[in-house]
Structures are given as C-alpha cells and as structure tokens.
Design a protein around this ligand. Structure first.
Ligand SMILES: NC(=O)c1ccc[n+]([C@@H]2O[C@H](COP(=O)([O-])OP(=O)(O)OC[C@H]3O[C@@H](n4cnc5c(N)ncnc54)[C@H](O)[C@@H]3O)[C@@H](O)[C@H]2O)c1
Ligand SMILES: O=c1ccn([C@@H]2O[C@H](COP(=O)(O)OP(=O)(O)O[C@H]3O[C@H](CO)[C@H](O)[C@H](O)[C@H]3O)[C@@H](O)[C@H]2O)c(=O)[nH]1
Length: 324
C-alpha cells in the first residue's frame, strides 16, 4: 500500500486515475485549486483545495501525510491560450512544477509520475513517434511540458533515490466506462467532445479545421486513447516504480490513426444524429499526422489497453455529455 499525492486530481484526466485508484489498496489525497476541476469529480480519497503556488500549504500537507508517490496532473492545458499568455504557462506548468519537484526531493517523495504530451514532438516528419523521435515543441504549452521532462531527468540523475515516469499522452478522449467521471470543462477544444456536443444539439455545427492536408481524406490524423486505459497506464507506472523500476519517458497512445472525418462519421453513427459540419481554414500549429509507437510502454509496464475501439471511446463520451 502506498500513500499518493495527486495534484490536479479533480480535473478530467486526474479524476479517472483517482477513480481507478479506488480499486486498489492505496491511500489518496488530491490537491487541486478547482480552477478547471470540480469537487464532484473526486470520487475517492480526500480532496484538499489549494493552489500549487501556495507552497506553505502544500509543504504542510506533504509533511503531515508523508507520501510515497506523486501523480502530477495540475497544469494549464490550452494551446492557443499558451501562445497568447505564455507567462501563465511558464508559471503554472514550469515554475509550479519546479517547486513541487523540490518539495518532493526535500520530503523523500521518490516516485513521480508526470503528465507529458505528444505536443513535445511538435510537427514530426512522418507523424509517427517513438520516444526517440526528436522533440521540437512549437508552442509554449509543449515547451513547458518538455522543460519539466528535462527537470525530472536532471533531478533523477543527481538524486539517486528519485525515479519518475513521464507519460506522453496522445489524444485523450472518452469518459470512464462506469459513468462516474468524464470531461467537464466548457472551454474544451477537443474534437471528440465538440463533436458529441454537436450531436446532442449543444452546438449548432462542427468545424473541420482544414481538409487539404496530405492524408487519406485531407483531414488531420490523430491517435485517440480512452481515459480508462490511460488511467491504467498510470497505475502500471506506479507499480513499476514501487517495484524498483527506473526512470523512463513513454508514449501513451494506441498507435492507431483516425482522420477528423472518420471521427465525425463514428460520432454520427453512434449518436444516430447527422449534425451539421462545415470546413474551415487550417488551425495554426496542427501537424497533419500525430501517432504513437507504443512498444516501450507495452514492454516496460506490460500495459494492456482494454478500450482500443473508437466506437467505445465515442459512446462513453456521448453518454457522459448527455448526463452533464
Ligand atoms: N487533455 C488532454 O488531451 C491532455 C493531453 C496531454 C497532456 N495532458 C496533461 O494532463 C494533465 C491533466 O489535463 P486535463 O485534461 O485533466 O486538464 P484539466 O484542466 O481538466 O485538469 C487540470 C487540473 O489541475 C487543476 N489545477 C490547475 N492549475 C492548478 C494549480 N496551480 N494548483 C492546483 N491545481 C491546479 C485544475 O483545477 C484541474 O482540476 C495536464 O497536465 C495536461 O497538460 C492533457
Ligand atoms: O472543432 C474541432 C476541433 C478539432 N479539430 C481537429 O481535430 C484534430 C484533433 O484536435 P484536438 O484539439 O482534439 O487535439 P490536438 O491534436 O490539437 O491536441 C491534443 O493532443 C495533443 C497531443 O497530441 C496535446 O496533448 C494537446 O494538449 C491536446 O489538446 C486536429 O486536427 C484539429 O484540427 C477540428 O477539425 N475541429
């Protein structure tokens, strides 16, 4: 049994990991300022409402609880906002994470699992990424995440007991199969959420950002991963570190690619609604193809996804959106 600190555990992805931790012996404390997360999304453990920048409060909690491990989800996640307001991102994603890592090192929290992103690859040639593909983030959001990977790498090298896993998520989508948690933010820009909103009449139409890419139907290809499988990868990463595993960076996707039009077709089929779709200009900074190679995570963590099926991802997202 381990005692786990989960920053950002009231948010979309963190809440899925917390929900899955319910099925384990581990003890959980969520630390979240509820800026984009919700109290109701914390389905297990204790919620402490606080900001990462409140170092005294966080340090007090860490000294009181004596955690064995930290899952770090808290952060700012909207790419266009990071271009307009980079300092918000360097503060919340880089500075606050530096302070958190510092507290972990000082207080013997030696297992650290970090939410990184495929955005660290930028616009990779060919679009299919192994962990060795060169990193070249093209926006402040991606850079803040890569900076954290570097901090973790250096800290793990210097502090021999400290081990981390950075999971580079591809396109996270869907809601928990048990219907308890899902994506809530009204500001989401994610394709599957927006398409579900269109299918349920919450928005008038869906825009396709560019249909003139060099792909099979002209629209961008992405690798969509179900939140419950992503959550399982975090638990596998924790088991790996608790079992003495060494620090690693790993892709987290299925290695399958779907075009924007294919996603829309699945949402239309699963919902039974032929919502309005309009082609719009390309969105800045969208790589034509972004897909993962997943051999490393399968081998090292023995991660076995259960919901590798776009219809299941869409169905859980739709069911959740209907209830929201
Ligand atoms: N959603 C995706 O597709 C995606 C893809 C790749 C990586 N990620 C990463 O996964 C993590 C979680 O993303 P998400 O989609 O769940 O976002 P989210 O906005 O739903 O969750 C973030 C949580 O962190 C909390 N938070 C933010 N700043 C905080 C602060 N300073 N102090 C305390 N709490 C704070 C928010 O209240 C929220 O509950 C982020 O680090 C994000 O960069 C997300
Ligand atoms: O209304 C929409 C929304 C999206 N898209 C398209 O759908 C694809 C997927 O877009 P998302 O916004 O759902 O996701 P991104 O691929 O842009 O980015 C997501 O995945 C990245 C990693 O791959 C980062 O982690 C990032 O934080 C996360 O938002 C893109 O081609 C986008 O142009 C549309 O056509 N219309």
């Amino acid at each position: 049994m381990a005692k786990i600190l989960v920053t950002g555990g009231a948010g979309y992805i963190g809440s899925h990991i917390v929900n899955l931790l319910r099925s384990t012996e581990h003890e959980v404390v969520v630390y979240d300022d509820l800026s984009t997360g919700r109290r109701e999304s914390v389905t297990f453990g204790r919620l402490v409402v606080g900001e990462l920048e409140d170092i005294e409060k966080l340090e007090g909690l860490i000294q009181e609880e004596r955690f064995d491990a930290c899952f770090h989800f808290a952060g700012s996640i909207i790419v266009p906002e990071s271009v307009e307001n980079p300092l918000k991102y360097y503060n919340n994603n880089t500075q606050n994470t530096l302070d958190l890592i510092n507290l972990c090192v000082e207080n013997n929290i030696n297992k650290f699992i970090f939410s990184s992103t495929a955005a660290v690859y930028g616009e990779p040639a060919g679009g299919v990424c192994t962990e060795e593909t060169s990193t070249n983030p093209i926006n402040p959001y991606g850079r803040t995440k890569l900076m954290t990977e570097w901090m973790l790498q250096d800290v793990a090298k210097a502090h021999k007991d400290f081990e981390y896993i950075a999971l580079r998520y591809f396109n996270v989508a869907g809601a928990s199969v048990d219907g308890r948690v899902g994506q809530c933010s009204p500001l989401s820009t994610h394709l599957i959420k927006l398409a579900c909103e269109a299918a349920l009449g919450k928005r008038e139409e869906l825009l396709i950002f560019g249909d003139d890419y060099e792909t099979r139907d002209g629209t961008c290809i992405r690798d969509y991963i179900h939140t419950d499988d992503l959550a399982r990868a975090h638990l596998d990463a924790l088991d790996y570190l608790l079992g003495g595993g060494k620090s690693e960076v790993m892709n987290c996707g299925y290695g399958n690619g779907f075009t924007v039009k294919e996603v829309i077709d699945v949402v239309k089929r699963v919902s039974g609604v032929n919502f309005r779709v309009k082609v719009a200009p390309r969105r800045d900074g969208d790589p034509p193809v972004l897909m993962s190679k997943t051999e490393k995570i399968s081998k090292k963590l023995r991660w076995k996804p259960k919901y590798n099926d776009l219809s299941v991802i869409v169905k859980t997202a739709l069911d959740w959106e209907r209830e929201l």
